[in-house]
Design a protein around this ligand. Structure first.
Ligand SMILES: O=C(CO)[C@H](O)[C@H](O)COP(=O)(O)O
Length: 219
């Protein structure tokens, strides 16, 4: 069984009570949209989404999307993550959508994260996505270096040059030791041109994990 599908099917039931839903980005969220659509629930909801990709995924199934300019605060935010530590610190932004994800998470009343059990990983260090205004990127890389952090501009997807986020910014991937994650989340606020990091330290969220055997656990 695909754990993304297991957890998506599990969480759909919980979403029945909400009308205005904030949605994240990635394969897990795509699976959730598919399941919502299959169950006939997609058209009953209004979504505020964290990326163009998710907006299009909802729209192509005739769901309703409202932009973030509305300033509407979702009743619930639902998303996945790249890694979660056993003490509930999450690393997000593998899909470069971390800024809007953190905005929607922050401004939503309830916050739910779902993912496969294999994303629960206590590593020595993590690669942490950081969104940076393009003109400031070289200053930011050198500011990180001065503080002992190695940062790399994210490239890929067959594209030449940096990946550009939906907000027109560059994504850096920075190696951060596990014990420094929450300090790092605060540190990025002190360096001009950095907009946000993909670290979530507040632990004001529920996390549901699924495995291939169909087992769901709560972190
Ligand atoms: O943070 C994210 C996107 O910016 C995603 O939640 C994260 O990358 C997990 O994605 P997937 O559901 O594809 O495993």
């Amino acid at each position: 069984m695909d754990p993304k599908e297991v957890v998506a099917r599990f969480i759909v039931d919980k979403l029945k009570e909400y009308k205005l839903i904030g949605l994240g980005t990635g394969k897990t969220v795509k699976k959730l949209i598919e399941v919502l659509s299959e169950e006939g629930l997609l058209k009953e909801k209004i979504f505020v989404a964290s990326s163009i990709d998710t907006e299009l995924e909802i729209s192509k199934r005739e769901g309703m999307v409202i932009t973030l300019y509305s300033g509407l605060r979702p009743q619930v935010y639902i998303d996945s993550f790249d890694f979660v530590t056993s003490d509930k610190i999450m690393i997000k932004g593998g899909g470069a959508a971390l800024l809007r994800e953190k905005m929607l998470y922050t401004f939503s009343k309830e916050k739910i994260f779902i993912g496969e059990e294999s994303k629960l990983k206590d590593l020595k260090e993590y690669s942490v996505p950081v969104e940076v205004v393009p003109v400031g990127v070289s200053y930011v890389i050198s500011a990180f270096k001065e503080r002992g952090y190695e940062a790399k501009i994210r490239e890929g997807n067959g594209k030449i040059g940096p990946i550009i986020s939906d907000n027109g910014n560059i994504i850096l991937d920075v190696i951060v030791k596990r014990e420094n994650l929450c300090d790092f989340e605060r540190l990025v606020k002190e360096i001009p041109a950095i907009i946000e990091s993909g670290i979530f330290c507040k632990k004001d969220y529920e996390i549901y994990l699924a495995n291939e055997n169909g087992r769901i656990s709560i972190l």
